[in-house]
Design a protein around this ligand. Structure first.
Ligand SMILES: NC(=O)c1ccc[n+]([C@@H]2O[C@H](COP(=O)([O-])OP(=O)(O)OC[C@H]3O[C@@H](n4cnc5c(N)ncnc54)[C@H](OP(=O)(O)O)[C@@H]3O)[C@@H](O)[C@H]2O)c1
Length: 354
């Protein structure tokens, strides 16, 4: 199995390369700069790397590079200015596509723009194959399976430790600042809207009696979940302190002077907790919890497992949410060796993947 990694020279790109190699996949390193791609190959101990230079404005070079592999993983963020060109080239090359984007408007634009083209080409496009969107989307599917049609889903992100965001994540924050400032898109009665007040302002964490303040935040799963779950209202929330930190755009010149991302030791200290709270139309409630370490390392695992499944098992063509592309419980179980634990709990009942 061979995958083309676009943006292979970046922080997330190198983690994806390393994970793909660990899984026995062959990698093609693609990006705009030959020297940085060679450095990335050296960083993951590739002795005779397959490196292809293809800037985003060179469609033919992108198509030719992607045509050498079975599928594409795009790690080149910020995605808003570049991602559509990479998706277009993957479709033109008839290759399945996944990316690690977290930018909510970009992800919505990919669903809105490329569905018909991807279907016509027989290609599956799966944006936001990252640590947060994939588990959140899959858990939402499991909650809907239990509760039936839903009144609401709240997806809530909490992250502790870890050494902070990578340069690329900070640049994506700058790129997304307008939607961050309005709290993101909320899905309501068949459409995505801005400006609706949050339904929750605090939550109780698992194993805790204390209320934690939360604030609206543009999470990717608000876009993906309504593609497969019958639900009236979906909102994204983050711990208020995290949302506040990510609402301050840092000057691009300051970002350029920062380390490319958290060091491995810092990543090892990180813990994420993602809660997915669902309320059925008849008022029954259930909560999914996903807990794990190292958001960037987990994103690499999820992106590689996603593309591996698209190549090996294939999914229907089109732009898909994670739960439309693979079996939710089976995919979540595959994350257990990476210390990602999940539970789905309705009332006193408990379904666990731990
Ligand atoms: N949960 C989440 O939402 C989540 C989790 C993980 C990652 N992510 C996203 O993943 C993305 C990557 O992060 P990162 O830390 O790896 O960033 P990074 O270290 O800055 O790497 C960015 C990569 O994109 C390439 N790139 C940037 N602009 C380009 C352009 N105009 N044309 C061609 N290539 C371009 C860079 O190429 P050069 O080396 O040539 O500059 C580099 O390979 C970010 O958007 C981040 O938000 C999201």
């Amino acid at each position: 199995m061979k995958i083309a990694v676009y943006g292979a020279s970046g922080y997330q790109g190198k983690l994806v390369l390393a994970e793909a190699i660990r899984r026995g996949l062959t990698v093609v390193l693609v990006g705009r700069d030959a020297v940085r791609l060679q450095h990335a190959a050296a960083a993951v101990d590739l002795s005779s790397p397959d490196v292809r230079v293809a800037p985003v404005d060179d469609h033919d070079a992108l198509v030719a590079a992607f045509g050498t592999a079975d599928a594409v993983v795009n790690c080149a963020g910020p995605f808003a200015p570049t991602g559509a060109a990479v998706v277009r080239a993957a479709i033109a090359a008839s290759r399945h596509y996944v990316d690690t984007a977290g930018e909510q408007p970009y992800i919505k634009a990919i669903f809105d723009t490329f569905g018909v083209q991807a279907q016509a080409a027989g290609v599956t496009v799966l944006p936001a194959a990252n640590d947060a969107c994939v588990p959140g989307d899959l858990i939402a599917a499991l909650l809907a399976e239990r509760l039936g049609p839903l009144e609401e889903i709240s997806s809530i992100h909490l992250i502790a430790g870890g050494g902070g965001p990578s340069r690329g994540s900070l640049r994506s924050v700058v790129e997304s600042i307008d939607i961050i400032m309005v709290g993101g898109l909320v899905y309501h009665d068949g459409d995505w809207r801005v400006g609706l007040p949050p339904r929750k302002t605090s939550i109780i964490l698992p194993r805790s009696a204390q209320a934690v303040p939360v604030a609206k935040f543009p999470l990717p799963e608000v876009v993906t979940i309504p593609h497969h779950v019958q639900v009236r209202h979906v909102e994204g929330l983050a711990e208020a302190a995290l949302a506040a930190r990510l609402s301050v755009p840092i000057d691009p010149s300051i970002i350029s002077g920062l380390p490319e991302g958290p060091a491995e030791q810092a990543r090892a200290t990180q813990r994420f907790t993602y809660l997915i709270d669902a309320v059925a139309l008849d008022g029954r409630r259930a909560r999914g919890v996903v807990e794990g370490p190292d958001t960037y390392g987990t994103t690499a695992v999820i992106a590689v497992e996603s593309v591996r499944r698209l190549i090996a098992d294939s999914a229907k063509p089109g732009v898909l949410a994670p739960a439309q592309a693979y079996d939710p419980a089976a995919f979540l179980h595959s994350l257990l060796p990476h210390n990602v634990r999940w539970t789905v709990q309705e009332g006193e009942e408990h379904t666990a993947g731990n």
